[in-house]
Design a protein around this ligand. Structure first.
Ligand code: FAS
Ligand code: PHB
Length: 399
């Protein structure tokens, strides 16, 4: 058994764990990250694409904003497509000048990994049998197996940044945690392709055949999605079938401009709304997907992870520099207040834009008429568009 010690041990080297580790390091707080997968595997996962100003500010504060500012695309609006027409939502004009940035999660993860390696910080990849211990005492620890040996990391605190399927939330007794969950009756089939975007802005489409989203990673790489059945398998979807289906769900002008090409990545993701309460258990703190999941329709997943990390990093820094536990004690309340507003917005966008199959509990044909009425009201009401815009660019933080 090899025993080491640090101040904060972080479980998971996704964006939550890496960003937290970088912010703590810059504040002089020692931390170790333990990740079950390889770095290449973490980088291979294609996830989020849109970041709010608050997330951009955090990356700059963490000292990893340079490439983002150089390569990221600033977007001042989005387009809603329904009934064969596109409608511009002027995010910039409706929010007093706020915008979002297109900069892929993969690039954020790469920038954070590079910064961590340059600082010579300890990150354990491919750790097996990761387990946490005594998190509700003043001597929490983490253990893992690697190359036939057992390692223990003692720490003051454990940060559970290990995603929806991680070990940290799963280690909390059921009586101590309350889960809130809704699973949607459809999934998203996403592809990555090296072709130019169909439009300068993202297109969110409500169509009788199902939802579609035309997004991008750069001026030469697109990330598109179509709503699909939960029974679909990747082998059911050839590139040709994807492009044909996407085209059928767009307005005629966008369909005519759609550039097609071979997919370089293709994946199906289920959609769920999920929140675990609380997010603190003694000296264990959950952050990011370890504590909540949103349907990606509102582009909130990664941004919520950054939101948690902003609150948690400041609370750890306050603890070590001012010897005050107040921020840590209030972390869960503050984070959850913002999380539930993002859950609401993500649920709203998902309910507005997807085709809900007829079935028990679903809204059936009345639901489709309600969607049409909501969309018609939305694009003809400045108040309604302002509400969508201020949620999409990111609500202000409660300090
Ligand atoms: P992550 O899941 O990214 O990272 C957790 C890390 O912990 C992983 O590297 C995992 O290997 C590791 N881990 C798990 N168990 C462990 C253990 N026992 N020990 C050690 N390590 C462990 N968000 C958007 O905003 N827009 C999108 O379009 C979007 N698309 C998505 C598509 C998919 C398929 C998924 C799953 C999510 C998507 N998201 C999207 C949300 C996603 O971007 C998350 O919000 C983001 O990855 C959250 O980052 P983390 O909290 O770091 O969790
Ligand atoms: C993406 O580019 O992957 C993306 C953009 C906006 C969303 C979801 C995903 O709402």
């Amino acid at each position: 058994m090899t025993i080491s010690r640090t101040q904060v041990v972080i479980v998971g080297a996704g964006p939550s764990g890496l960003l937290l580790g970088q912010l703590l390091h810059r504040a002089g707080i020692a931390n170790v990250i333990v990740e079950q997968r390889s770095g290449d595997y973490v980088l291979s996962r294609i996830r989020a694409g849109i970041i709010e100003q608050i997330c951009q500010d955090l990356l700059i504060e963490a000292g990893v904003g340079e490439r983002m500012l150089a390569e990221g695309l600033v977007h001042k609006g989005i387009e809603l497509c329904f009934a064969g027409q596109r409608h511009h939502i002027d995010l910039h004009g409706l929010t007093g000048g706020k915008t979002v940035m297109v900069y892929g999660q993969t690039e954020i993860t790469r920038d954070l990994m590079d910064a961590r390696a340059s600082a010579g910080l300890r990150t354990v990849y491919e750790a097996d049998k990761v387990a946490i211990h005594d998190y509700d005492t003043s001597t929490p620890s983490l253990s893992y197996h690697q190359h036939g040996k057992v390692y223990t990391v003692k720490a003051d605190f454990i940060a559970g940044c290990d995603g929806f399927h991680g070990v940290c939330r799963a280690s909390v007794p059921a009586a101590a945690i309350q889960n809130f969950e809704r699973v949607y009756p459809f999934g998203w089939l996403g592809i990555l392709a090296d072709v130019p975007p169909v439009s300068d802005e993202l297109i969110y489409s409500n169509h009788p055949r199902g939802f579609a989203l035309c997004s991008m990673r750069s001026k030469t790489r697109v990330r598109h999605y179509v709503q699909c059945s939960l029974d679909d398998k990747l082998e059911d979807w050839s590139d040709d079938r994807f492009w044909s289906e996407l085209k059928s769900r767009l307005d005629p002008q966008a369909a005519a401009r759609l550039h097609t090409g071979p997919s370089i990545e293709k994946s199906i993701a289920p959609l769920r709304s999920f929140v675990a309460e609380p997010m603190r258990f003694g000296n264990l703190f959950l952050a990011g997907d370890a504590a909540h999941i949103v349907p990606p329709t509102g582009a909130k997943g990664l941004n919520l992870a950054a939101s948690d990390v902003r609150y948690l990093s400041r609370a750890f820094i306050e603890n070590y520099t001012e010897k005050s536990y107040a921020g840590l004690a209030d972390y869960s309340r503050k984070a959850l207040r913002r999380i539930w507003k993002a859950e609401r917005f993500s649920w709203y966008m998902t309910s507005l834009l997807h085709r809900f199959p007829l079935g028990p509990g679903d809204t059936g044909n009345v639901g489709a008429k309600m969607q049409q009425a909501e969309l018609d009201y939305l694009v003809n009401s400045k108040a309604a568009m302002t509400s969508l815009a201020e949620n999409y660019v990111g609500l202000p933080f409660e300090e």
